[in-house]
Design a protein. Structure first.
Length: 364
């Protein structure tokens, strides 16, 4: 089996003359390859995932044993897409008609639509979409060292902790790490923003501009301000810096709009797959800023991996930032210590207040 995600790759396969059996053609416009594909009958087991093709080509492929997956014209997303989302794509139409008409908002409503909630075909499309997101994320990261940054969504842009989270993201990116977050607002946005800025001066400018729209109660204003800042960032040297910032949000949390300070957004329908994917890809470790229930869940999900770590599950650093928060406000740290007692995971747990210490612990 081999995934074909570009027309150039398809042309290479056709030119090679080898049987097309087992290929997976993902989200391709096959209109211009119709004649070449009609001349082939060695397509048993070939799978066409979405894209475009004439009806007579689809009939020909099926006749010779291929599987052609249809899409749903009512779906607000392309379930077979081969790339991550861009911020502009998810927020298309934001300025003209408002957030509720954007692909992001429509996808959330589709995920909660009671009329299709138990539709097996729709469930299949969402599962294929999420698997496509995982494949695209793997392609983008391509073995790069990744640090996961966890933190609460409620942090406002005009709070000092937001600026600290942004400084952390910037320092981690400067250390050569790709900063991956849950892709939402608050601490997640701050870390992605910091990673996206090429210098501390540019970061200070961005923070100053964003303070005027501190919360996401009005998503149109909140995201619009961020898109303006992002456009200016893309005009700087950052555009040539490679992947520095990734967001991995979910439509499960419909009240959390995605932040735009990412080189790519892997947005999932399944929150469970999204959380596992984020932690699995955090090859350099995880740093956890102050947060509430969702952040606590992520802490213990990461701790579970450490607890059962072994030869096939390498241990990574888990760094909690904020001694008072994690020992008094939400006493997570004592529970982690109890779990780690006498186990190798104890050497990989850290509680700090100093952001520089967190960066040192996670740097390559």
């Amino acid at each position: 089996m081999r995934e074909i995600e570009t027309l150039a790759a398809l042309d290479a396969a056709l030119d090679a003359g080898a049987p097309l059996r087992g290929l997976r053609l993902q989200d391709l416009d096959l209109t211009g390859r119709t004649a070449r594909l009609l001349s082939r009958d060695d397509v048993e087991g070939l799978v066409v995932l979405g894209g475009r093709l004439p009806d007579h080509l689809a009939d020909h492929l099926r006749t010779h044993g291929a599987i052609v997956f249809p899409t749903d014209p009512h779906s607000p997303v392309d379930p077979y897409r081969a790339t991550l989302y861009s911020p502009d794509e998810l927020y298309a139409g934001l300025r003209e008609v408002g957030y509720e008409s954007t692909p992001d908002a429509r996808a959330y409503r589709w995920s909660r639509d009671a009329t299709v909630k138990h539709d097996a075909f729709v469930t299949l499309l969402r599962a294929i979409h999420d698997d496509s997101m995982s494949d695209a994320l793997t392609d983008v990261l391509a073995g790069a060292p990744v640090v996961g940054v966890m933190g609460g969504h409620a942090l406002r842009r005009d709070e000092e902790e937001y600026a600290r989270a942004a400084a952390l993201g910037h320092a981690l990116a400067r250390a050569g790490l790709v900063v991956a977050t849950g892709g939402g607002p608050g601490a997640m946005e701050a870390a992605n923003l910091g990673a996206s800025c090429p210098s501390t001066d540019v970061l200070a400018m961005a923070l100053g501009r964003l303070r005027d729209t501190p919360g996401f109660g009005d998503v149109r204003a909140w995201a619009g301000a961020a898109l303006d800042v992002r456009a200016d960032l893309l005009a700087t040297a950052r555009a040539a810096a490679g992947v520095r910032s990734i967001g991995i949000p979910t439509w499960f949390y419909g009240h959390e709009p995605p932040n735009v300070f990412c080189d790519g957004i892997a947005k999932y329908f399944s929150n469970a797959i999204r959380e596992d994917g984020l932690l699995t890809r955090a090859t350099a470790g995880v740093v956890v800023l102050e947060g509430a229930a969702g952040t606590v869940q992520e802490v213990f999900q990461a701790a579970t991996g450490l607890y059962y770590g072994g030869p096939d599950r390498p241990l990574r650093q888990l760094v909690l930032v904020g001694r008072r928060h994690w020992t008094e406000t939400l006493p997570v740290w004592p529970a982690l210590q109890a779990l780690a007692a006498g186990r190798p995971m104890a050497r990989h747990l850290h509680l700090v207040d100093d952001l520089a210490e967190a960066v040192d612990l996670l740097s390559p």
